[in-house]
Design a protein around this ligand. Sequence first.
Ligand SMILES: *Cc1c(COP(=O)(O)O)cnc(C)c1O
Length: 415
Amino acid sequence: MLVSAFDFLAALGTLMQMKAPPSAPDSTGHFGRFGGMFVPETLMAPLNELSDEYERARGDGEFQRELDGLLSDYCGRPTPLYHAERWSKLMGGAKVYLKREDLLHTGAHKINNAIGQALLARRLGKRRIIAETGAGQHGVATATVCARFGLDCTVYMGKVDMERQAPNVRRMELLGARVVPVTAGQATLKEAVSEAMRDWTASVETTHYIIGSALGSHPFPMMVRDFHKVIGVEAREQVLRQEGRLPSLLVACVGGGSNAIGLFHPFLEDSDVRMVGVEAGGDGITPKRHAARFQGGKLGVLQGTKTWLLADDDGQIDLTHSVSAGLDYAAVGPEHAFLQELGRVEYTYATDSAALTAFQQLSQIEGIIPALESAHAVAYVAEVAPKLPTEDIIIVNLSGRGDKDMDQACRLLQE
Ligand SMILES: *Cc1c(COP(=O)(O)O)cnc(C)c1O
C-alpha cells in the first residue's frame, strides 16, 4: 500500500515534470533533440569557458545588480504594459495589451541581450567584441554597449544589407564600431554570421562574440533567452497588478526567437496561458519566398545548432524572403523547436502584406509605429482578437519601433 502510494507520487512527479518544460537545456545545450554544440574543435574550449563564467555570473549578486541598474537607468526598463484601448475596441473582442519594448534605448528589445553579454565579456577579460547584423538593429545595440564600456567593436554585415540599411551603418560608425561588408553568397545575414564565426575561431583569446538572437551553439540560446526573460517577468507582474489575473494569450514575432522566448519563458508553467509565435510568411508559403521554418522546414544543423530550417532535398540552405530583415533567416532558435514539439507553444505566420496592413493600422489607431518585425505579431492579433470573448486578455510583444522601416514601408504601401 505504502509502496504503491509512493509509486503513484513518483509517477505524478514525472508527469508534472513532463508538463512543465525544463527551464534549462542539458549540460551540452540540448533542448530535447534540438540545440547542442555543432562547432569546430577550436571553439569547444572557449564555449565551455563561456558557459562556466556565465554560470558564475548568474549566481553573482553583484553582476545581477549592475545589470539591473543598467537595464533601468541606461536602457529604460521596466517598459510599460500598455492597454491598446482604441485598437481593442475597434476589433470588438479580447482586450489587448502591448509590451512596449519599442520604447527601449536603441529602439528594440535587442539591447537587453547586448548589455548582458558586454558585462560578461568584461568579466572574461575580453576587450574586443564582434557581432553579426542583418537589418542593423543588433549591430547598433552592440555598438552602443561597446561605446558604453569602452570595448573595441567590429560588426559583420552583408553588403546587400548595408545598402538597404544605410542609416544603421552610419549609426554604428558614429558609435565607434567598424562595419565590415560581407560579399559572399546572398551577402545578407547568414553570410555575416559565417564571417563572424570565422573571425571568432581565429581571435577567441581576445574576443567575445555577441550573438544577436537565441541561436547558435550552446550556451548562446540559453544565455540570450535569460537576458531577455526580463520582458516576461515584467509583463507577468504588470498584468497581475493591472488586471488581477494572467492573460489568456501571448503573441510575439519569431526570427531567431529571442523576443518571443523572453516573453514566453516566465509563463511556461502557467498552463492556462496560450502562446503563439508568428514567423515571416513573406509572399506566402512557397519555397524561397518566406522564412516560416515551421511551415515545411527540415531538421538540420546550421551555424552551431540543430533545429528546424529551410533547406532543399540535398540539405542546401534555401533562400528566404521577408519584408522584415529581422525575421529573414533560415533557422529558428532550438528552444522554439522544442516547445513546438512539446505542443506548449503554437507557431503560425503572417505574410508581408498582412504585416504592412498591421503596421499602418496600429500607427493610425494608437499612434504607435511598430517595427515591421513586430507588425507580424500585430497582424496575427488583428486576425484572432475579434473572434475571442471580451474577457480574454492578449499580450503582444512590441519588440521594436518602426522608424527604421519608414522608407521601405511607405514605398510598399504606395504600390
Ligand atoms: C531582430 C528583431 C526581431 C527578430 O529577432 P528575434 O530574435 O526573433 O526577437 C524582432 N523584432 C525586432 C524589432 C528586431 O529588431
